[in-house]
Design a protein around this ligand. Structure first.
Ligand code: NDP
Ligand code: DGY
Length: 327
């Protein structure tokens, strides 16, 4: 079967995506798509990739050597509609010389905004308080009822002062934060903008009133937050995670929240996702769990989908990819 000359490339799209992104791809690509809001089953992914030129995927798809082998030598580019790429085996891509597109920057503001929202919801106990209104727990105005912790004069520790970590810091600064600390693999040249001091993880844990995980998930950050980490934090500390669920040992977090080792936690990301509705973390009043909505504004998700489409098309044509993961 010959393809029309305009539709030069065969691609597989692993989910329903915004029409704007499809409008970019369809004129030049023969698009096969998993038309669902649910992730493509692994077996369907394996069935659909043989012979494709390009793969447009999401953070819920594990792209490993088996998928790339199944796709075969025709595969020229992979594009993920996410900034995180921990679901993709970079070594296997590199081995095959296949470039990877991703979506940094366009989601930074939305994700930072959500991180601040989650921090405030957790520190000021918003969900717990709203629940009290509904269930009759709201009595009279009581001096110490439903009191939380304020940002004013606080020390905020950011684990991973990257694009999102920096944007979180900038949004928190006007709340009157006294000191920003951060940790990571190396000091950041723009940290003076907060300003934020580069410290060891231990120092950050010992000194911070709020500990915010904004790092990427890597072998080094997997289970970074575990019992010994929580034990170094202040018992009044509030822990926020909008990075990936895998940076936290959830059993250890549960224990730390139940025992009062730390005061509260706000999570936008968990393992697994979705978190089962009977998960013990959901029974805790001092834990706020959101369903991975960091980048969830209509504008941002649309921009991400469009950038991912442009990345894929550029990769297919052998042009410079607007946002390419360096490896
Ligand atoms: P960046 O690459 O700009 O930032 C990642 C940061 O992680 C870097 O500053 C890096 O620091 C740091 N980091 C890496 N390894 C370590 C380590 N061992 N210890 C501490 N810090 C480390 O990425 P973004 O800010 O754009 O995104 C960050 C992550 O946020 C994404 O990878 C994704 O997982 C998550 N995310 C979640 C969203 C959500 O919906 N909840 C939305 C968007 C992103 P250094 O350079 O020093 O290594
Ligand atoms: C990402 O892009 O990595 C987020 O988790 C979703 O926007």
């Amino acid at each position: 079967r010959t393809m029309s000359s305009e539709k030069r490339f065969k691609i597989f799209v692993t989910r329903n995506i915004p029409q704007k992104a499809l409008d970019i791809l369809q004129p030049e690509c023969h698009v096969t798509q998993w038309k669902s809001d649910d992730p493509v089953p692994r077996s369907e992914l394996l069935k659909n990739v043989p012979g494709i030129d390009g793969l447009y995927c999401l953070l819920t798809d594990t792209i490993d050597g088996d998928i790339l082998t199944a796709a075969g030598p025709s595969l020229k580019a992979v594009s993920t509609m996410s900034v995180g790429y921990d679901h993709i085996n970079l070594a296997e891509l590199k081995r095959r010389n296949i470039p990877l597109g991703y979506t940094p920057d366009v989601l930074t503001d939305a994700t930072a905004e959500l991180t601040v929202s989650l921090l405030l919801a957790t520190s000021r106990r918003l969900l717990e308080a709203a629940e009290q209104v509904r269930n009759g727990g709201w009595g009279s105005w009581v001096p110490l009822w439903m009191c939380g912790s304020g940002l004013s004069n606080s020390t905020v520790g950011i684990v991973g002062l990257g694009r999102i970590g920096m944007a979180v810091g900038q949004r928190l600064k006007p709340f009157g934060v006294k000191r920003f600390l951060y940790t990571g693999r190396s000091p950041k040249s723009d940290s003076h903008l907060l300003p934020a001091e580069f410290v060891s993880l231990d120092d950050l844990l010992l000194q911070s009133d709020f500990v915010i995980a904004c790092c990427s998930l890597t072998p080094e950050t997997t289970d970074l937050f575990k019992t010994e980490t929580f034990e170094k934090m202040k018992s009044s500390a509030i822990f926020i995670n909008t990075s990936r669920g895998g940076v936290v040992n959830q059993d250890d977090l549960l224990e730390a929240l139940e025992s009062g080792t730390i005061k509260a936690a706000g999570l936008d990301v968990t393992v697994p996702e979705p978190l089962p509705t009977d998960h013990p973390l959901l029974e805790l009043e001092n834990c706020v769990v959101l369903p991975h909505i960091g980048s969830a504004t209509v504008e941002t998700r649309t921009e991400m989908s469009v950038l991912a489409a442009n990345n894929l098309l550029a990769g297919l044509k052998g042009h410079p990819i607007p946002c390419q993961v360096q490896f």
